[in-house]
Design a protein around this ligand. Structure first.
Ligand code: FES
Length: 141
């Protein structure tokens, strides 16, 4: 491979990484877009029936950032939901959704769909975020 071609490949890759970082696409692989709205106070409003991932108990999805912290919602019962941070409690790397749970690629911590700790090195669950539900709309944060 010529030197010019190698430089162009590097520039393309670094540009793509910068774009992912700017758009947040590189941080939360699974994310709800329909029914999620950012409120003026920085919290998130989620119209629960508009998020397909939450149609069944055990469903879980990233909903966006609150003050720079990525957040997810999981449906834990017919009418119950929990919200939690997607920042790994070990060293604050953003976890990824994998199967029916969350995994930290940095050092391998694993979490249940509701953020409960399965495997360390993290020593505690993904931090809960306040959630209030009224008339099918969740206010998170
Ligand atoms: S930062 Fe997540 S396991 Fe270390």
């Amino acid at each position: 491979m010529s030197q010019d071609r190698e430089i162009n490949r590097r520039a393309l890759l670094s540009g793509a990484c910068a774009l992912l970082a700017l758009t947040g696409l590189g941080t939360i692989p699974a994310s709800a877009s329909n029914g999620v709205r950012k409120l003026r106070n920085g919290r998130l409003s989620v119209k629960l029936k508009s998020v397909p991932e939450l149609s069944k108990v055990g469903g879980s999805v990233g909903i966006g950032d609150i003050k720079g912290d990525p957040v997810a919602i999981t449906r834990t019962g017919k009418k119950s939901y929990v919200a939690f941070s997607l920042s790994c409690p070990h060293q604050k790397v953003t976890v990824s959704q994998e199967g029916n749970g969350w995994v930290c690629d940095a050092h391998g911590s694993e979490f249940e769909a509701d953020g409960s700790l399965v495997l360390g090195p993290a020593t505690k669950r993904l931090a809960r975020v306040p959630i209030r539900i009224s008339r099918g709309v969740a206010k998170v944060g």
